[in-house]
Write a protein that binds this ligand. Structure first.
Ligand SMILES: [Zn+2]
Length: 376
C-alpha cells in the first residue's frame, strides 16, 4: 500500500502503518474526547478526555495488530506465508503470499483473528475490573472496559459471513469443504460480501440522512471498501487458483524468435515485428541473450534513424528484464508481471533462453479458461 511505514518486525513479519491510519486515529480520539467521555463523565476536564481518547485509539491499534498477527502466525505455521501486516484507515490487512490450499488451512487462518479479539475482550475486561478492585483512578477501568467492548465489536463484525472478512473466509472454507469446489465457494462467499458491503453503505447513508454525519460517512466508506475488496479478492482467488497448478515450463511460448544485436532497426521492423507479429524479441550476441527489444523501444527513436541504428543500441538490457525459471508456478510469474507492471518475462534455464511468458499470454489463457467454465 502506498504511503506505508515500517514500525517494527515480529517473527519476520513486517508491521507497517499506512498514513491513512492517522485519519482513523484522529477521528476515534476526537469522537471519544469531545462526545463519549464528556457525556458520561462531565467533570473530568478537557485534557483528560483527550489523553483517554488517544490512549483508546493507540490500544485499539495494538488490538488490531494482535488480531492480524494471530492470522499471520497461524498462516506461517501452516505454510501459507505472511510477510507483512498493514494498518490502514479501516483496520488491518495481513498479506497472504498465496491463498490457503485446503479448506482446513483456510478455516484455521481465518478463525485465528476473531479468536484473538475474543481473548482481548476477556483480558481487557479483567484489567478493567481489576483496576476497579484495586481502587486505581477510574480512568483505567473506563479505558479498558471500553477497549473490551471495542474488541467484541471487532470480533463480531469480522465474523459476518462476507468474504473477504474473516467470517466470509470461514463460510468459504465450509462450502469448499462440503462441495470440493473452491470457485463456487468463493463466488457464494464474495457475493454475500458484496451484499453486505452495499447494506453497510445503505446504513451509512441512512445515518447521514438522520444527521449522524461522521458515523454515517464512516460506515458508508467501510461498506464501499467491503464491496471493492470482495470483488477483487474473488478475481484474485480465481487467477491464483488457475495458475498455481500450472508450471511456467508448460505455459511459456517456446518458439522464441530472437534478433541479433547487429541487425538494424528498420530490418527488425520489416523482418521481425511485421513478419512474426510479436511485441517483443530477445536480442542475442553470439548466442547469449543480452536484452529484449519491444515496439516501445523502436518508437523511442525517430524513423529517419531506423536504418543507421542497431537493435543492440536501443534494446532494454538484460539486467532490467525479469527472468524466471521453467519450474516456477505461473502464479508466481503473474504477480511479478503485475507488481512490476511489465509486459513479459524471459524464461531462462541456467543461462540459456528457453521461452517467454507475456502479459497477453496470461490474459488470453485466463479469458479462454473463464469462458469455458462460465466464470464472470
Ligand atoms: Zn481478521
Amino acid at each position: 500500500m502506498k504511503g506505508s511505514y515500517l514500525i517494527g518486525t515480529i517473527r519476520g513479519i513486517r508491521i507497517e502503518i499506512n498514513i491513512s491510519w492517522l485519519a482513523a486515529f484522529l477521528l476515534i480520539s476526537a469522537t471519544l474526547a469531545t462526545g463519549f467521555f464528556p457525556a458520561r463523565y462531565p467533570d473530568w476536564g478537557q485534557d483528560v478526555y483527550w489523553i483517554l481518547g488517544s490512549s483508546v485509539a493507540i490500544l485499539m491499534l495494538l488490538s488490531i495488530i494482535a488480531h492480524e498477527l494471530s492470522h499471520s502466525l497461524v498462516a506461517n505455521r501452516l505454510g501459507v506465508g505472511v510477510k507483512r501486516i498493514t494498518l490502514f484507515i479501516f483496520g488491518g490487512i495481513a498479506d497472504l503470499e498465496k491463498e490457503p490450499d485446503s479448506p482446513r488451512k483456510e478455516f484455521l487462518v481465518a478463525i485465528a483473528g476473531p479468536l484473538m479479539s475474543l481473548v482481548l475482550v476477556v483480558v481487557f475486561r479483567a484489567i478493567g475490573v481489576g483496576a476497579d478492585y484495586l481502587q486505581l483512578p477510574e480512568y483505567f477501568s473506563v479505558v479498558f472496559l471500553y477497549l473490551s467492548s471495542i474488541n467484541l465489536v471487532l470480533a463480531v463484525f469480522n465474523m459476518f459471513p462476507a468474504f473477504p472478512l474473516d467470517g466470509g473466509r470461514v463460510l468459504r472454507a465450509a462450502i469448499w469443504h462440503f462441495t470440493g469446489n473452491l470457485h463456487k465457494a468463493t463466488r457464494i462467499a464474495s457475493t454475500i460480501g458484496q451484499w453486505f458491503g452495499y447494506f453497510l453503505m445503505f446504513i451509512g447513508l441512512t445515518n447521514m440522512f438522520y444527521g449522524n454525519l461522521i458515523n454515517g460517512l464512516w460506515i458508508l466508506f467501510i461498506g464501499y471498501f467491503v464491496v471493492q475488496a470482495s470483488q477483487s479478492s474473488y478475481q484474485n482467488t480465481i487467477v491464483s487458483d488457475i495458475f498455481s497448478r500450472t508450471m511456467v515450463g508448460e505455459f511459456m511460448t517456446r518458439e522464441v524468435v530472437s534478433i541479433d544485436r547487429s541487425v538494424s532497426v528498420s530490418d527488425a521492423v520489416d523482418e521481425y515485428f511485421f513478419r512474426y507479429k510479436f511485441n517483443v524479441f530477445p536480442v542475442m550476441d553470439e548466442g547469449d541473450v543480452t536484452g529484449i527489444i519491444t515496439i516501445d523501444n523502436v518508437k523511442g527513436i525517430p524513423k529517419e534513424e531506423w536504418g543507421v541504428t542497431t537493435v543492440g543500441a536501443i534494446a532494454t538490457e538484460i539486467g532490467d528484464v525479469l527472468r524466471v525459471s521453467p519450474d516456477e508456478t505461473v502464479s508466481n510469474v503473474v504477480s511479478k508481471i503485475f507488481s512490476n507492471n511489465i509486459g513479459r518475462v524471459l524464461v531462462m534455464e541456467e543461462d540459456s533462453l528457453v521461452g517467454i511468458v507475456s502479459r497477453t499470454d496470461i490474459m488470453n489463457h485466463l479469458r479462454i479458461y473463464m469462458q469455458l467454465n462460465n466464470i464472470k
